[in-house]
Write a protein that binds this ligand. Structure first.
Ligand SMILES: CC(C)(COP(=O)(O)OP(=O)(O)OC[C@H]1O[C@@H](n2cnc3c(N)ncnc32)[C@H](O)[C@@H]1OP(=O)(O)O)[C@@H](O)C(=O)NCCC(=O)NCCS
Length: 208
């Protein structure tokens, strides 16, 4: 290697080191249990209002940005459900004046003709607020809301570890075609489970 090239490399390495020193340190993402509980306690839940629609769209879009198993259409699904009058439950979680989370519940149909069954989702929490108990609050409140409306039960499609903590479980013979059985779970409010193939509202095929 000639000397000029060697000096150039040394200068580049030095500049890189100096820049690294100048770069601001990344903020720690660690949040203590006490702070998590504080944020969860500060979040308030309420039904959506027309003024929330844009924020719900943004929260849903951002929540799913880096999520696995998504086609990034969840924000369109929420809108299509609303437009079709099929948002049985639409709750927002607010922190200050900011919408930080949202959950939707809509009716599903089941091939055995069982009535009053619903599907929970999409559920979204802004990435910066995830893991602080907001999602759990939305889940509990949304399930309580449909139970109060006389729902027979609710299904969910998603991470089995997450949903099982809210009383959902895989039910033999209650299926959503095309997904592995462990990703489709149900919770009955009346004791009896429906059986058959479950179809979500046609809004779930919304692409824009
Ligand atoms: C899924 C989601 C709504 C959960 O909201 P959240 O506010 O982060 O959840 P919480 O803080 O209430 O979490 C409750 C518990 O579930 C755990 N959890 C969160 N997401 C999980 C997941 N995908 N799988 C398994 N466990 C999960 C948390 O670690 C927490 O456990 P802990 O109480 O033992 O610490 C949120 O993470 C999100 O918006 N994710 C992206 C969108 C998405 O995947 N939605 C679900 C599919 S419809």
């Amino acid at each position: 290697m000639n000397r000029r090239k060697k000096i150039k490399q040394l200068l580049e390495a030095h500049a890189k080191k100096a820049n690294a020193k100048k770069a601001p340190k990344k903020k720690s993402t660690y949040i203590s249990k006490a702070d998590r509980l504080k944020l969860a306690a500060e979040a308030t839940l309420r039904n959506e209002s027309p003024a929330d629609i844009e924020q719900i769209h943004a929260v849903t879009e951002q929540a799913f940005l880096n999520a696995p198993h998504t086609e990034h259409t969840e924000q369109f699904i929420v809108k299509a459900l609303r437009d079709a009058g099929a948002l049985t439950v639409s709750l927002v979680a607010e922190h200050g004046a900011r919408v930080i989370g949202h959950v939707a519940i809509s009716p599903v149909s089941i091939s055995d003709g069982a009535a009053n069954w619903y599907g929970l989702g999409p559920i979204s929490v802004l990435p910066a607020y995830q893991g602080k108990g907001v999602g759990a609050q939305l889940m509990e409140a949304a399930l309580a809301a449909i139970a109060a409306k006389g729902a027979a039960g609710c299904v969910v499609l998603g991470d089995p570890d997450y949903y099982s903590r809210f009383g959902f479980r895989v039910v033999d013979g209650l299926v959503f075609p095309g997904v592995p059985a462990e990703y489709f779970q149900a919770r009955a409010f009346t004791g009896a489970f429906a059986h058959g193939e479950v179809s979500y509202h046609q809004a779930f095929s919304a692409q824009a």
